[in-house]
Design a protein around this ligand. Structure first.
Ligand code: UDP
Length: 236
């Protein structure tokens, strides 16, 4: 399958049309942003790592009954995915307190929750992705009640599968963000990416951060962390 015109350029990816209206090609960049796009940088090799890791995880999820947009990895940075309209919700699952949760509720990072939490943000750059609940999402017409229920169930299934998988690699899955899309027939599928850009990964023994927090917080060793996650997943 070949790229035709560029449809969209986001912070970390470009999306291209193909000859087939049901498929698009995603191209992952090394560009990194944080804090609502105010911090910008480059993480060398990130595009290829996120592409390959996200595809691997999407396939693992498919095997565990979660429908995804994944179709075919073309090369290091490019993947064919099913064309979807993105549901304008960022779905965040947390197993351990960190980031905005710790800040918002005035708790330390590292508290292991008895049960995972779910939260939604309204994907809207002008409004800076405000936190909303499922009733707000319904009121705003972002998704139907049935879609919201499906999204919740799928997000918790993703968490069960990935939490267990990463633990086998000596990694704690602290929290992560998912996005879902609608196929042309309305089917909800997991879309976007699952990578060190969108997950918090802590080493199970040392709690060392192996994700984008190294970039956000200027901790150094950003590329090393991405490479280490790649090594744990692919053994290379
Ligand atoms: N996250 C993301 N994109 C966003 C916001 C959050 O991928 O626009 C991910 C982030 O990497 C983390 C999880 O969602 O794994 C929870 O992020 P949090 O709400 O703590 O926000 P942050 O502290 O990253 O601003």
């Amino acid at each position: 399958m070949n790229k035709t015109e560029q449809l969209y350029e986001g912070k970390a990816k470009k999306v291209f049309a193909t000859e087939d209206p049901n498929y698009v090609i995603v191209s992952y960049k090394d560009d990194a942003t944080a804090f609502d796009g105010t911090k910008k940088g480059t993480i060398l090799g990130k595009g290829a790592i996120n592409n390959r890791m996200s595809n691997y995880l999407m396939r693992l999820l498919e095997k565990n009954g979660v429908p995804t947009h994944f179709v075919e990895e073309l090369n290091d940075r490019e993947t064919v995915v099913k064309k979807v309209t993105i549901v304008p919700l960022e779905v965040i699952i947390r197993n351990i307190s960190a980031g905005s949760f710790a800040k918002r509720y005035g708790v330390e990072e590292g508290i292991v929750f008895a049960a995972p939490t779910i939260e939604f943000s309204y994907k809207n750059d002008d409004l800076h992705d405000p936190l909303i609940n499922s009733y707000h999402a319904l009121a705003l017409g972002l998704a139907t009640a049935d879609e919201i229920e499906q999204i919740k169930q799928m997000a918790f299934t993703v968490n069960r599968v990935l939490k267990e998988y990463f633990l086998t690699l000596g990694v704690k899955l602290v929290d992560f963000k998912l996005e879902f899309g609608r196929l042309s027939d309305g089917t909800i599928v997991l879309a976007d990416e699952i990578s060190p850009d969108t997950c918090r990964f802590w080493d199970a023994e040392t709690n060392e951060k192996l994700d984008k927090d190294r970039f956000r917080r200027d901790l150094g060793g950003v590329e090393d962390a991405y490479n280490e996650m790649m090594r744990r997943v692919f053994g290379e």
